[in-house]
Design a protein around this ligand. Structure first.
Ligand code: F6P
Length: 559
């Protein structure tokens, strides 16, 4: 494995540092004097129309950023990933989520570590599709012979955020009479509230866990199993004997995991388990069997369309020169903002209510991937890394936190995402509500870019101290992403876009974007602290003073 290039030692970094020294953002001026700016800075990838023109860049900056990508080996690293090299160095694994969306029969075929990946992927995909069809057609029945009405996905992190985000985004595609719920948190409220109004006879649980060791997921799976047994027995649907219980689990539990032995140990029939592979990272796994809840509710065809959307972006990244490569350019802009203009966060603001879980999904994708301080060879990073991603759908955010983006002191680059055709084309007194909605998207990106000068404020009759309060500086960078409609293919393209943006940034910073050691310490400590909470005084004594005091508070107040 080649050592990462220190980006700060490249000629391009020197150029960018010099450009930064003289840099005065002037979106008004740039738009006024350059009639081709929008055309030159608008790109397409698949169905996505990506307008980069309202970013704080000149052609010179962009060219230097592209040279930075060249000099840090972005293309080479991408080729290494696609070829199945073990670029996840700390776990000694290939990184092949892109293989999950290669079409059947793609050539040349992909073999990794002696394994025919294409065949493996399509075998599982076909099994997922066949199972989904059985559930959808009412061939798969619960223990009392009733068809499934609700699928409950139990998983956390990548085994939850992708499925729930996609389900919410594509709900209009869900089969009538079939819906999904998602339980993730070990806070028992989550499971309790999610199943409270469900009929156990028509509920199918999917236990989704790559490792099948995750405390939250296994705890929730056991709680769900108890709920199933108790409620089926209470109505007389099954007896309390072991055979009845085994049969209930066989009809109401399936699993998705890379650890099929552990699935079996949990009591789920291996025939009802769907596998994937260690070369799929949790946060990159929505297009593996982890998407089973989606294949069931939205249908195998919609699921395959989603995968095709991802593949469109994979192909774009593979075959497009860096200067036209949309995810690479967007990743480079993020590097510009983070490392040269001092941005610490990045807002993602979908003007599509269906994407209301998109920012949450991206938080894991981007922050678990690039929230690192060491590079892939174990040496310290040489720059700031990993922005804080956050966001909410417009227009809600406008009435909450946009004030800070418009007039606060921090630079917050923002991505606006919208579709031309809504899922629900409602009218209000003859007016297209979606048009009104999108007028807000356009108004916000315009206000952020061009602001409002003091002279413009005064021209409206404002005087005194109010002038400054009503002035908008502008030069707040945004990217506008537009698509015809939120179809499965478009959603796949959107997620693929951000996967590759994340990858580009990771390569430039020299990071292994595919491990997540930072989540381990808290997991270990929780296992040590749990006995102390439960009354083990030795475990309590070994805690620090603050933790001891908090446990004491808990013990005192717990009813
Ligand atoms: O703890 C973090 C993490 O490992 C994520 O990377 C992963 O998506 C999540 O936990 C769930 O893991 P699993 O799918 O193995 O239950």
């Amino acid at each position: 494995m080649t050592a990462p290039t220190d980006p700060t030692t490249t000629a391009a970094w020197g150029e960018l540092t010099a450009l930064r020294a003289d840099f005065t953002p002037d979106l008004r001026g740039w738009f006024d004097t350059d009639p081709t700016r929008v055309e030159r800075l608008t790109r397409t990838v698949g169905d996505l129309h990506v307008d980069l023109s309202k970013n704080l860049v000149t052609d010179e900056v962009l060219a230097a950023l592209v040279r930075l990508a060249e000099q840090t080996g972005v293309s080479e690293r991408y080729a290494a990933m696609l070829a199945g090299e073990h670029i996840n160095t700390t776990e000694d694994r290939a990184v092949l989520h892109t293989a999950l969306r290669r079409p059947a029969g793609a050539t040349p075929s992909l073999a990794v570590d002696g394994q025919d990946v294409d065949t493996d992927v399509h075998e599982v995909l076909d099994a997922v599709a066949a199972f989904a069809t059985r559930v959808r057609d009412g061939e798969w029945l619960g223990v009392t012979g009733k068809r499934v009405e609700t699928v409950v996905n139990i998983g956390i992190g990548g085994s939850d955020l992708g499925p729930v985000m996609v389900y919410e985004a594509l709900k209009p595609y869900a089969q009538a009479g079939l819906s999904a719920r998602f339980v993730s948190n070990i806070d028992p409220t989550d499971l309790a509230q999610s199943v409270a109004d469900l009929d156990p006879e028509t509920t199918l649980f999917i236990v989704a866990s790559k490792t099948f060791t995750t405390l939250e997921t296994l705890t929730n799976a056991r709680l769900a199993r108890d709920w199933l047994w108790e409620n089926l027995a209470a109505s007389g649907a099954i007896g309390a004997d072991d055979d009845s219980r085994t049969s209930a689990v066989a009809h109401h539990f399936v699993a998705v995991s890379t650890a099929l032995d552990k699935v079996e140990a949990f009591g789920i029939d291996p025939a009802n388990a769907f596998g994937f592979w260690d070369w799929v990272g949790g946060r990159y796994s929505v297009d593996s069997a982890i998407g089973l809840s989606l294949a069931i509710t939205l249908g195998p065809d919609a699921f395959r369309e989603l995968l095709a959307g991802f593949h469109t972006v994979d192909e774009h990244v593979r075959s497009t020169p860096l200067e036209h490569n949309v995810p690479v350019l967007m990743g480079l802009l993020n590097v510009w903002y983070t490392n040269f203009l001092g941005a610490q966060t990045h807002a993602v603001l979908p003007y599509a209510q269906q994407l209301h879980r998109f920012a949450a999904y991206l938080q894991q994708l981007t922050m678990e991937s690039n929230g690192k301080s060491v590079r892939w060879d174990g040496t310290p990073v040489t720059t700031d890394t990993g922005e804080v991603f956050w966001g909410e759908p417009g227009t809600n955010g406008q009435h909450a936190f946009y004030q800070l983006i418009h007039q606060g002191t921090r630079l917050i680059p923002a991505d606006f995402i919208a579709v031309a055709n809504p899922a629900y084309p409602l009218t209000d007194d003859g007016r297209d509500v979606h048009g009104l909605f999108l007028a807000n998207f356009l108004a916000q990106t315009k206000a952020l870019a061009f602001g409002k000068t003091a002279a413009e404020v005064e021209a409206e009759g404002t005087t005194g101290a109010l002038v400054a309060a009503r002035t908008f500086s502008g030069n707040k960078p945004t990217t506008s992403i537009f698509a015809p409609a939120l179809t499965p293919a478009v959603l796949g393209q959107l997620v693929g876009l951000y996967e590759h943006i994340t990858f580009t940034q990771g390569v430039i910073w020299g990071i292994n974007s595919f491990d997540q050691w930072g989540v381990e310490l808290g997991k270990q400590l929780a296992l040590q602290i749990a006995p102390a909470i439960e009354g083990d005084d030795d475990a309590l004594a070994s805690q620090d003073a603050s933790t001891r005091a908090l446990i004491a508070y808990y013990r005192e107040h717990r009813g």
